[in-house]
Design a protein. Structure first.
Length: 135
């Protein structure tokens, strides 16, 4: 199993029962499990990450997303529209989305979430392009 040692993090939010924040601390990970967390961990690891100046937090969870909407978020016509005007305009656009657009928008949406600390999400996909090979 591969191992990772995250060294010298300025702060680690443990999310334990006391909600402790450890300063200048390390995390040792084996496989997909954290084995040790604390100051001065001396384990050797396959990968060592210098987290000096960084804060380590658990991954964020996003429970409501619509990945396909990443493709239309900057349309000038609805930038300042009220909700139902926005929806009416965009439903007419979204009805033309195909499998390729869903693939691209999902990659964009997941990439954005990962870059901002989200590790778990739920997409509310309610568009079903006809005859596009969506499975």
């Amino acid at each position: 199993m591969s191992t990772i040692l995250i060294k010298n993090a300025s702060a680690i939010a443990t999310q334990d029962d006391e909600r402790r924040v450890l300063n200048n601390a390390d995390i040792f990970i084996r496989g997909n499990r954290i084995e040790k967390i604390g100051q001065g961990i001396k384990e050797s690891a396959d990968q060592v990450i210098d987290a000096r100046g960084k804060v380590v937090i658990p991954g964020m969870v996003n429970t409501h997303h619509h990945f396909y909407q990443t493709l239309t978020r900057n349309l000038k016509e609805v930038q300042n529209a009220k909700l139902f005007v926005w929806l009416s305009f965009l439903y007419d656009v979204w009805k033309h989305i195909d499998a390729h657009a869903i693939d691209i928008s999902t990659r964009v949406g997941v990439g954005e979430l990962l870059r901002t600390g989200c590790t778990t999400t739920s997409d509310h996909m309610y568009l079903y392009p006809e005859h596009q090979g969506i499975t």
